[in-house]
Design a protein around this ligand. Structure first.
Ligand SMILES: O=C[C@H](O)[C@H](O)[C@H](O)COP(=O)(O)O
Length: 227
């Protein structure tokens, strides 16, 4: 089955979790695009009153264009539920996010949210995370020094660039270094180490954050419940 069909299936199911009057976090990425489309249909059909907090300029633009009301994270006092994509998730519900360079805003929204749901295709459910390169957002000032430190630590870093060779910039105008690790066996230790490095703004390890994962697969939608 086509990967996009699995993403769409998970995205469409996830909007069933949305209730009237919720403050809702909207993630970022190709799976979230399907979710926002499905959400807009429900909002219209059922005249739902929602307040949505977006994790990227892209998602905010899509939501606004479809008539979904959007507020900034600073304008809400809590978030009831956040629906987001993910790049990898393991059996212990630890994940990697940031393939779309949105992990800083996504983590801020996720940690404000009472519940977090991820929507993925089944290829993203793995035994051990790390095959997907781990995104690390760094400030541009001195980013080469941070990069050099990652090399020294054997973390196989690579600056993320656009097709024309420019460094990718996040919505906060920071750079992204992807770590090619293949397997992350001690995600908590790595997360702590990365957070301690000067110049690192945020990394893409999302640990102990997700409550449920909605998985699109050729057999249909599967729901994995963490807690
Ligand atoms: O920065 C981007 C996000 O973490 C995305 O949620 C993640 O990369 C999954 O994206 P997609 O749904 O496009 O595979």
């Amino acid at each position: 089955m086509d990967k996009n069909a699995m993403k769409k299936m998970a995205a469409e199911r996830s909007v069933d979790y949305v209730e009237d009057n919720m403050i809702l976090g909207l993630g970022t990425g190709s799976t979230v695009v399907y979710m926002v489309e499905a959400l807009a249909k429900r909002v219209k059909a059922e005249n739902l009153h929602l307040t949505c907090v977006c994790t990227s300029i892209r998602t905010a633009e899509q939501a606004t264009s479809l008539g979904i009301p959007v507020k900034a994270l600073n304008e809400v006092d809590h978030i009831d539920l956040t629906i987001d994509g993910a790049d990898e998730v393991d059996d212990n519900f630890q994940g990697i996010k940031g393939g779309g360079a949105a992990h800083l805003f996504e983590k801020l929204v996720a940690t404000t949210s009472t519940r977090n749901i991820w929507i993925v295709d089944e290829e993203k459910v793995v035994d051990t995370i790390g095959r997907f390169p781990l995104p690390v957002e760094v400030i541009p000032f001195g980013s080469q020094q941070v990069f050099n430190k990652f090399v020294k630590e054997g973390l196989n870093p690579e600056f993320r660039t656009t097709e024309d060779g420019q460094r990718v910039l996040t919505d906060s105008k920071n750079e992204v270094i992807d770590l090619h690790l293949e397997k992350i066996t001690h995600p908590h230790l790595l997360a702590t180490w990365l957070s301690e490095q000067v110049g690192v703004v945020e990394h893409g390890l999302f640990l102990d954050l997700v409550n449920e994962v909605v998985v699109g697969s050729p057999e249909g939608v599967k729901i994995l419940k963490a807690r």
